[in-house]
Design a protein around this ligand. Structure first.
Ligand code: FES
Ligand code: FES
Length: 213
């Protein structure tokens, strides 16, 4: 007479056993607290006041919002571009309290009460900033994606030179920097142009610098 062998337990039997085991465990285990549901109230919000291009804005932002996202997504100033979002390309350059910064690398709440200037605040198509006009004149762009950051950066560079702020290649730290091509390229090295319009960008900035310094 054939006797049942242990290894011939069917897959169906195995499933029944495992289901029964799970049910037994769940009936004896204490009821675990449900994970906290992600809700809007869990988002850390904070009020922040920014003056952007001369206009006051009162915002309530997730504290993790970068200045770049606050400008683009909350104030709809899309002139400032998001390239790498990692501080490596300079496309997001704006001027904050007189200094150029990568707006992707700073939180909006860190600029409470700050004065921010974006490309929209420098000029308009009808009334361009001298650097905007020079970029047009010298073909300082191709696709234009890096251009707002390049121009904001260039505006701040001219101001840095005017204030005598040295750069890595400034030979005499006690004298006012001379805006040579080397000096200019060094100061603008944080602004990447994937179209390679560098020589025209240098021409544009040099022309404006020549008329100002
Ligand atoms: S987007 Fe900020 S440095 Fe590239
Ligand atoms: S003009 Fe295209 S990336 Fe600079």
């Amino acid at each position: 007479m054939d006797s049942p062998t242990p290894h011939l337990i069917s897959r169906r039997d195995a499933l029944i056993v495992s289901a029964a085991t799970a049910a037994a465990v769940s009936s004896t285990a204490p009821v675990a607290a449900a994970p906290a549901a992600a809700s809007a109230s869990a988002v850390p919000l904070m009020k922040v006041s920014l003056n952007v291009n001369g206009q006051a804005h009162a915002l309530e932002l997730d504290t993790r919002t970068t200045l770049l996202d606050a400008l683009r997504e909350h104030l709809h100033l899309s002139g400032t571009k998001k390239g790498c979002d990692h501080g490596q390309c300079g496309a997001c350059t704006v001027i904050a309290d007189g200094r150029r910064i990568n707006s992707c690398l700073t939180l909006a709440v860190m600029h409470e009460g700050g004065q921010i200037t974006t490309i929209e605040g420098l000029g308009t198509p009808q009334n361009m900033h001298p650097l905007q006009a020079a970029f047009v004149k010298h073909d300082g762009y191709q696709c234009g994606y890096c251009t707002p950051g390049q121009i904001c950066s260039a505006v701040a560079v001219l101001d840095e030179v005017k204030r005598g702020v040295p750069s890595h290649v400034t030979a005499d730290l006690t004298a006012r920097p001379i805006l040579s091509a080397e000096e200019l390229r060094e100061r603008m090295s944080g602004n990447i142009c994937r179209c390679g319009a560098y020589s025209n960008i240098v021409d544009a900035i040099t022309e404006v610098a020549g008329s100002r310094t």
